[in-house]
Ligand binder design. Structure first.
Ligand SMILES: Cc1cc2nc3c(=O)[nH]c(=O)nc-3n(C[C@H](O)[C@H](O)[C@H](O)COP(=O)(O)OP(=O)(O)OC[C@H]3O[C@@H](n4cnc5c(N)ncnc54)[C@H](O)[C@@H]3O)c2cc1C
Length: 415
C-alpha cells in the first residue's frame, strides 16, 4: 500500500472524530467521516483544556492559523473552595506557570468553538470528506478492508479500515467489543452559560472555581474570552437513577435549578454567595439549566477495549472506547491524545493498519484507564462529608498546590 491508497472511515464527527480526521489527513491518509446528524456542531457548554490537550492543538497549528487563541480563555488559577463557607482552600497557579512547566496553556473554551475550530481545519484538508445524515448501522470485515452501511440503504462505504468515534452510546463499540451498556453513575450534571455581565462581582476573576460540598460540587469558569461563565453543578439525586438509555441522557431543565435537588431530604448546605450565583442562572437572561445524567463504564482493563484483533480493521477512540466521569476534565483531552497517537501509529506502520491499531491500543489503554480511575476518585473527594471532608480541607490547606498539580497528566503521554 502506498501513501495514496490508505483510506480510513471515521464514524462520528464529534471532537474525537474531527481530531482524528485532521491528524490522519495531515499524514496523507484519505479520510471519510460519517456523521449521523444533519448538522455538524456541539452543544452549548464549556470545556477545560489542560496543557496535554492544548499542546496537541498547538502541534496541529491551530493556535496561530485558526484563532484558537482568540476563542480560548486562559485562566490564571484553579481555586478549590469549600461550598459551605466559600473559603479558598487551595489555589493552583496556571497562566504563564503552566506554559513554563508543560509547554502549553491551560485553557477553557466553549465546546462549539473548539468543534468549529477543528471543523474549519478539517475542511481545509484536501483528502477529506464529511458525510452528514450518515448513521452507521452495519459494519463488516472484508478480505482486505471494511464495508459499512448506513441507515440510508443507498449509502454504503468501503475502505481499508474504520475507527469508531461515535461517543458514549457507540454502535461501533458493540461491533468491536460486544454489547455492554454504559453505567448510570447516579450523578447528574446541571450546566448553564451565564452572561458574564450577570455574574456577581465576587466571581468575576479569570479562574476555574471549584466548590466542594457533601454529595455535590460546582465548577465554574469563563469561556469565549469572558463573554460567559460556564457553570456545572454535579448533584447526587434522591431520585432513582435514570434508566440507562440514549434518550434520558440530556434534557432541558428550564424552570428547574440544582438548588431544588434534595439529598437525603436535605437541601445542600451552601454559602449564600454561592447560592446567589446559582440563582442568577434562573433570572431573566440567565439562560437556564440543562440537566445531564452522567454515565461511564468501568475503567478499561486491556487494549481490547480499543482494538480487538478479531476485527483487525476496526478501532475505537474517545468516549466510544473509554467514557469517563468529568471530574478530571479529561474526556475530550483523552480523545485528542487518542487521535494524535493513532495517527502516529499509522504513520509508523504505513501499509499495515492492523499493526498500527494494535500499537495505538497498546500505547493508550493504561494511561486512559488511569485517568478513568482518577476521575471517579476525584468525584468521591469532591463530595466527601463529615470527618473525611474536614480531613480533605486540612490536606488542601496544607499541601493544596502539590495535591492539585498533576505532571503525569499535564505533560502528556510522552510516546
Ligand atoms: C458535564 C461534562 C463536562 C465535561 N467537561 C470536560 C472538560 O472540561 N474537558 C474535557 O476534556 N472533557 C470534558 N467532558 C468530556 C467530553 O465532553 C467528552 O469526552 C468528549 O466530548 C467526547 O468526544 P467524542 O468525540 O468521543 O464523542 P461525542 O462528542 O459524543 O461525539 C460522537 C459523535 O458521533 C456521532 N454518532 C454517534 N453514533 C453514530 C453513528 N452510529 N453513526 C455516525 N455518527 C454517529 C454523534 O452524533 C456525535 O457527533 C465533559 C463531559 C461532561 C458530560
Amino acid at each position: 500500500m502506498n501513501q495514496k491508497q490508505c483510506h480510513i472511515l471515521i464514524a462520528g464527527a464529534g471532537i474525537g472524530g474531527l481530531a482524528l480526521a485532521l491528524a490522519l489527513s495531515r499524514i496523507g491518509v484519505y479520510v471519510e467521516v460519517l456523521e449521523q446528524s444533519h448538522t455538524l456542531g456541539e452543544g452549548g457548554a464549556g470545556l477545560q483544556l489542560s496543557p496535554n490537550a492544548y499542546g496537541i492543538l498547538k502541534d496541529w497549528g491551530l493556535d496561530d492559523k485558526y484563532d484558537l487563541t482568540l476563542s480560548a480563555n486562559f485562566p490564571v488559577a484553579i481555586q478549590a473552595r469549600d461550598a459551605a463557607t466559600n473559603d479558598v482552600l487551595s489555589e493552583l497557579q496556571l497562566g504563564a506557570r503552566a506554559v513554563n512547566l508543560y509547554g502549553a496553556h491551560y485553557a477553557t473554551m466553549h465546546r462549539a468553538d473548539l468543534h468549529k475550530l477543528l471543523l474549519n481545519a478539517v475542511r481545509k484538508q484536501p483528502k477529506l470528506n464529511i458525510h452528514r445524515n450518515a448513521k452507521v448501522e452495519r459494519a463488516q470485515d472484508t478480505a482486505t478492508g471494511v464495508k459499512v452501511s448506513t441507515e440510508r440503504d443507498d449509502l454504503t462505504y468501503e475502505a481499508d479500515a474504520l475507527v469508531g468515534c461515535d461517543g458514549l452510546w457507540s454502535f461501533m463499540r458493540e461491533h468491536v467489543v460486544g454489547t455492554d451498556a454504559p453505567i448510570a453513575t447516579g450523578h447528574v450534571a446541571w450546566r448553564a452559560l451565564l452572561p458574564f455581565s450577570m455574574v456577581p462581582n465576587d466571581f468575576r476573576q479569570d479562574c476555574v472555581h471549584a466548590w466542594m460540598a457533601p454529595h455535590m460540587h460546582i465548577v465554574a469558569y469563563p469561556v469565549r474570552r469572558g463573554e460567559f461563565l460556564n457553570i456545572v453543578v454535579v448533584t447526587e439525586d434522591d431520585q432513582p437513577a435514570d434508566t440507562p438509555s440514549r434518550q434520558s441522557w440530556s434534557r432541558d431543565a428550564t424552570g428547574l435549578s440544582p438548588l431544588d435537588v434534595k439529598n437525603n431530604c436535605q437541601t445542600f448546605a451552601l454559602n449564600k454567595k454561592v447560592i446567589e450565583l446559582l440563582k442568577t442562572v434562573n433570572i431573566g437572561n440567565g439562560g437556564g439549566w440543562t440537566r445531564w445524567t452522567l454515565f461511564d463504564r468501568a475503567p478499561i482493563s486491556s487494549s481490547l477495549d480499543m482494538y480487538n484483533p478479531q476485527h483487525p480493521r476496526f478501532a475505537l477512540l474517545g468516549d466510544a472506547a473509554h467514557p469517563m466521569r468529568p471530574y478530571l476534565a479529561q474526556g475530550a483531552a483523552m480523545a485528542l491524545e487518542d487521535a494524535q497517537a493513532l495517527a502516529l501509529a499509522v504513520q509508523e506502520n504505513w501499509g499495515d493498519l492492523p499493526k498500527a491499531f494494535q500499537t495505538y491500543a497498546n500505547r493508550r489503554w493504561q494511561r486512559v484507564a488511569k485517568v478513568q480511575v482518577q476521575s471517579r476518585r476525584n468525584g468521591e473527594i469532591y463530595h466527601m462529608q463529615g470527618m473525611m471532608r474536614m480531613a480533605r480541607n486540612v490536606a488542601l490547606r496544607l499541601a493544596g498546590p502539590k495535591l492539585m498539580e498533576m505532571p503525569w497528566l499535564y505533560q502528556g503521554p510522552r510516546i
